[in-house]
Design a protein around this ligand. Sequence first.
Ligand SMILES: C[S@@+](CC[C@H](N)C(=O)[O-])C[C@H]1O[C@@H](n2cnc3c(N)ncnc32)[C@H](O)[C@@H]1O
Length: 197
Amino acid sequence: MENSSSPNNNPAKIIVLRWGHRVQRDMRLTTHVALTARALGASGFILADVADNHIEETVTKITTVWGGSFNFEMAVPWKSAVRKWKNNSGIIVHLTAYGENIQTSDVMNRIKAQDKDVMLLMGSQKVPGEFYSEEVSDFNVAVGNQPHSECSALAIFLDRYFGGQELDKPFEKAKISIIPKERGKEIKTNIEFRKPV
Ligand SMILES: C[S@@+](CC[C@H](N)C(=O)[O-])C[C@H]1O[C@@H](n2cnc3c(N)ncnc32)[C@H](O)[C@@H]1O
């Protein structure tokens, strides 16, 4: 793992570990969690303990076409992913409605002050109790103390962590990109991507 401690003020990198995915039933939501992670500045996604080839295909295809580097792994046991991350000096942040409130506490400042790469743990169904423990999670963070969705919790956490900068992030080697417009749709296509006529 790269250590992006910040002589050049680069924020540390974030990866997302999704636990509890139920194949077929959760396909759409887990895909959305992975695409949210990619679009909002995370560097990678781990689908823990289970494989789902449809999700891998979709995420890989989006990254190939829309650019950037985004690492996708699946079927990695969550315990070994966490152990490896900690051994490489990364910290673990568990997103849970029961955690310290991101708005009313200073938890985000304390996370940033660590200046370490972050693995975000998120559930789908009820997560193992160990997720809340000191041995696993350095921080338990709530995006408000009401239960809602992993997608919204992830999006708000990333936006606050990166302070909005992620919304302007370049995606290298994109084959297509959107030209923002007041109305209508405009797309720029990389010349090499166009099929020969
Ligand atoms: C639908 S919730 C799961 C709720 C589940 N019934 C439970 O008891 O854990 C799925 C995931 O979304 C995330 N989540 C939901 N609400 C959240 C909140 N207010 N703050 C942070 N994360 C939240 C958590 O990662 C949670 O594991």
